[in-house]
Design a protein around this ligand. Structure first.
Ligand code: HEC
Length: 157
């Protein structure tokens, strides 16, 4: 075979394999797609609603009251996924996988040490299993209290 036609042959084979493999595999599950779409919409909506001024405008409470409330919120709403000590080992299963959120203790996790960024992350959630607390009815006061608890009791422990 002259070189040019063998090149054409090789390109032809490659294209055929590419098309063939693109058609391979099961079709996407419509339920998974709907769940992903909802999570993406929720993140977008929560991100639009997040307002740092609402946190700055909270009436000051004693730090003891905030810590107690934060502990309760953490134990009830967070520990099942993040673990009692915040190491990401709560063991919650979601969409067939055991969730393993990052440890609050991770020294390389810079955002978690930024107070308003921590509150934003809790309020907004993610599309990978972290609930969107701010639009799920958790009050700004409680997002703030649980963030304080994470800061005082879990980060760096
Ligand atoms: C249903 C399980 C679940 C619950 C309940 C949960 N989380 Fe999460 N959280 C996760 C997962 C999974 C991630 C990692 C998400 C990712 O990688 O996108 C995460 C991530 C986070 C993050 C980082 C988010 C980001 O944008 O990177 C913070 C902060 C956080 N969680 C705090 C909390 C707090 C505080 C609570 C309780 C009010 C809580 N989480 C409740 C599963 C959960």
């Amino acid at each position: 075979m002259p070189p040019l036609s063998s090149l054409r042959f090789a390109v032809g084979c490659a294209l055929f394999l590419l098309l063939f493999s693109a058609c391979d595999g099961p079709p996407p599950d419509p339920v998974d797609e709907a769940v992903d779409r909802r999570a993406a919409d929720a993140v977008r909506l929560a991100d639009e609603r997040f307002d740092p001024a609402a946190f700055e405008a909270l009436d000051p409470l004693s730090s003891q009251t905030v810590q107690q409330r934060g502990r309760t919120v953490y134990e009830v709403s967070c520990a099942k996924c993040h673990g009692a000590e915040g190491h990401g080992d709560g063991g919650f299963v979601f969409q067939g996988d055991t969730l393993r959120p990052r440890s609050f203790n991770d020294p390389d996790w810079e955002e978690v040490r930024n107070p308003m960024e921590l509150r934003r992350m809790i309020y907004v959630g993610t599309a990978e299993g972290m609930p969107h607390w701010g639009i799920r009815g958790m009050r700004v006061r409680d997002v703030d209290a649980v963030a304080s608890y994470v800061e005082e009791e879990l980060i760096g422990r």
